[in-house]
Ligand binder design. Structure first.
Ligand code: G4P
Length: 528
């Protein structure tokens, strides 16, 4: 990421870009992500972006078609991205799957955000998955806003929580609000910079300002406790520093209760005021700035659409610069094909609608028949590719066993399509032996089995393969070729035709590394 590219909104386009906030929520299961999302969307209230969607009649029709299909299939794609407006901002909230087996999907989604909200359970502090997701954010220095949730329940001392964030994540903390009491005695929050007091019983409204006002609002014991804590906090903690937050070194912290809808508005205001607008992004040829006139975008997620007969998919696209207009033609730089964007869509809480226009920072869904892949770059003609939508080396490699051998060709096609969607990875050994599927978590195999049966009529099982590890190999042309010739029996190609070394054990992999010093063995590949 390059610097914040829009500092003075000189043009109408720059003004549109500046009001975008594109973010994800990272948390451990059960911390309250779903509850918080619901409450955020409620504040979003009006879900129709003025002037960007079609006339009502058409919208309604479109919506009901989709709803029928969703009901029939019992699935929903609505959750991948949720766009809403609050104050003068357009928020794009990108959802990430809760289960760690789908972490690859989550990592890719995090390449498409400019900031993240970290939700922590006040009783549990930093949990395993939060820590892992945080590490991913840190790789890209994504600014993080922290929401300490469930303050209405038995919780830890706020200092202990802040200390844990600092020590386990090496991230400075700057509380912007302070909890008044906790657990059953959680009465509200005190805003550190302004002294504004909000009480749980009064919802969002401000009950008073400053310590004097607090005296009249809470019991003497509570007052003493809060006064002491605030003094301690003022002495021990660094004040909020916007630059440090934007660089990913410091996190502003809000305390609240998503369930009781308390502190959520503060969080949203915090995102509007502090979180960065869309950032510049590096391509293979040049940095791209969001307020550039020409549209650029990349695909970070592909999701099967509803109709299995048509293999319809929706590619989720993050706009990196310029303005998308419905009907425009764009270049898919991987294939040099021109694609017409006839039906780009916005996704709202319960609804979706044709996007007549969208701006850098926005995420739109583009229906297609398999043309668009994860990592694809779309431009108005310029031949550039965005970097950094990663693929991860699988933790599990399996051979697919087909119950009906006559369907081998169909299986090949099905695996290809599902791999393009990012459901699994497929590796085709150069020696012509049957393909292997690779996954990061075992649940992905369940999804694969289910979808092969439901969408392709294929009954499959999985067999252990002799391989345990896969690593992408790269290096100087001559060395790589030599390596590939010498290891043909253990090399496969991935979806893009890139070579992968398959090894039976970590020991074998290490030996290969020692022997082929000029060849790199990579466990992450940036898909272009
Ligand atoms: P997740 O998406 O992060 O997995 O969490 P989710 O929002 O589903 O919340 C997990 C549980 O925690 C839910 O309870 C939810 O009601 C509860 N919860 C979320 N926020 C708060 C909060 O601020 N305070 C309290 N006290 N509880 C909160 P559950 O019993 O698992 O589900 P449900 O039956 O209540 O829906």
């Amino acid at each position: 990421m390059t610097d914040l590219a829009v500092s003075t909104a000189a043009t109408p386009l720059a003004r549109q870009v500046e009001r975008r906030r594109t973010f994800a929520i990272i948390s451990h299961p059960d911390a309250g992500k779903t509850t918080l999302t619901e409450k955020l969307l409620m504040f979003g209230g009006a879900i129709q972006l003025a002037g960007q969607v079609r006339a009502k009649g058409e919208r309604r029709r479109t919506r009901s078609d989709w709803m029928n299909i969703e009901r029939e299939r019992g699935i929903s794609v609505v959750t991948s991205v949720m766009t809403f407006e609050y104050r003068d901002c357009v928020f794009n909230l990108l959802d990430t799957p809760g289960h760690e087996d789908f972490s690859e999907d989550t990592y890719r989604t995090l390449t498409a955000v400019d900031s993240a909200v970290m939700v922590i359970d006040a009783a549990k502090g930093i949990e395993e998955r939060t820590r892992k997701l945080f590490e991913v954010c840190r790789l890209r220095d994504i600014p993080i806003v922290t929401f300490v949730n469930k303050m209405d329940r038995e919780s830890r001392d706020p200092f202990e929580i802040l200390d844990e964030i600092e020590s386990t994540l090496a991230l400075d903390v700057a509380p912007l609000t302070w909890p008044i009491g906790r657990g059953r005695d959680f009465a509200g929050t005190y805003e550190l910079q302004t002294g504004r007091i909000r009480l749980v019983d009064s919802g969002d409204s401000i009950s008073g300002t400053g310590m004097e006002a607090l005296k009249g609002l809470v019991s003497a014991d509570r007052l003493t406790e809060v006064t002491e804590e605030l003094e301690l906090a003022a002495g021990a903690l660094k004040p909020f520093d916007l630059a440090s937050f934007r660089e990913g070194h410091q996190t502003p912290v809000f305390f609240g209760s998503a369930l009781r809808n308390f502190g959520v508005r503060d969080l949203l205001d915090g995102l509007a005021d502090l979180a960065p607008a869309p950032q510049g992004l590096d391509s293979d040829k040049r940095p791209v700035r969001p307020a550039e006139d020409r549209m650029t975008a990349f695909v970070f997620k592909v999701q099967a659409n509803m109709d299995p007969n048509h293999r319809d998919r929706i590619a989720f696209v993050r706009l990196c610069s310029g303005k998308l207009r419905r009907g425009m033609k764009v270049l898919q730089t991987r294939t040099a094909k021109t694609i017409g964007l006839h039906a780009p869509q916005f996704f709202f809480a319960q609804d979706r609608a044709l996007a007549e226009e969208a701006y850098a920072g926005d995420v739109v869904g583009i229906p297609n028949h398999g043309l668009l892949r994860i990592g694809d770059t779309l431009t108005e003609g310029e031949d550039i590719s965005f970097l950094g939508v990663p693929s991860f080396a699988p933790e599990i490699l399996r051979r697919v066993r087909l119950e009906d051998a006559m369907k081998a060709k169909k299986l090949k096609q099905a695996l290809q399509e599902l791999a393009e969607e990012g459901v699994v990875q497929v590796f085709r050994p150069l020696d012509g032996s049957p393909a292997l599927v690779g996954v990061v978590g075992p649940l992905q195999l369940d999804v694969l089995t289910g979808r092969l049966a439901a969408e392709y009529g294929l009954e499959v099982g999985f067999e252990q393969s002799q391989y345990a590890l896969a690593r992408w190999v790269s290096g100087p042309e001559k060395d790589l070729q030599e390596f590939l010739n010498a290891n043909r029996g253990n090399v496969a190609e991935d979806l893009d035709g890139d070579p992968v070394l398959l090894a039976g054990s970590a020991f074998q992999m290490t030996r290969a590394k020692e022997r082929w010093e000029k060849v790199a063995f990579l466990d992450v590949k940036d898909v272009r």
